[in-house]
Design a protein around this ligand. Structure first.
Ligand SMILES: Nc1nc2c([nH]c(=O)n2[C@H]2C[C@H](O)[C@@H](COP(=O)(O)OP(=O)(O)OP(=O)(O)O)O2)c(=O)[nH]1
Ligand SMILES: [Mg+2]
Length: 143
């Protein structure tokens, strides 16, 4: 079968883990960098991944942040899903604001990670699907 004629639809849960900088109290979010050699290689993103069978988006976000970064998070608030047509797939992102419960981020399945101040997010290249979401985060977490 011609693979290009097979529409691939994926649901992806992502965690936007927030904290206040220990000293400045400015809001920061946890981002990670995708492997250089894969799809959307080298771009920054909110950690997360594809839903597995029988899993809720919320459960998926918790599992992915554990697998990719070794942290335990608690999803607090869901954001509206975002659909985006890439060449490789039709992706629907299911974002959740999360609270860090325990653990120190570790680059287990990501190339790198960073706590970034919300107003500095523009300096990091993200996948095209994230544009509106980044604006939303900047509105929600300003100040
Ligand atoms: N995690 C994440 N994925 C995103 C974001 N924005 C965005 O367009 N994507 C896309 C890229 C991919 O096509 C898809 C996520 O798939 P992935 O390959 O990272 O999934 P995964 O973690 O389950 O990885 P794998 O085990 O399949 O390798 O969603 C984002 O902010 N975070
Ligand atoms: Mg992933």
């Amino acid at each position: 079968m011609n693979q290009k004629s097979t529409p691939l639809s994926v649901d992806v849960a992502i965690g936007i883990t927030c904290r206040r900088h220990p000293e400045t109290r400015a809001y920061q979010v946890l981002i990670s960098r995708r492997a250089k050699n894969g799809v959307l290689g080298g771009l920054w993103e909110f950690p997360g991944g594809k839903l597995e069978a029988g899993e809720s988006a919320q459960q998926c976000a918790v599992r992915e942040l554990r697998e990719e970064l070794g942290i335990e998070v608690k999803p607090t608030t869901p954001l509206s899903p975002i659909a985006h047509q890439y060449e490789h797939a039709h992706v629907t992102l299911h974002p959740f604001y999360c609270e860090l419960i325990s653990g120190e981020p570790t680059a287990i399945e990501v190339d790198d990670w960073a706590w970034v101040e919300v107003k500095e997010l523009d300096e990091y290249p993200f996948p095209p699907a994230n544009a509106a979401l980044l604006e939303q985060v900047q509105v929600d977490l300003r100040g």
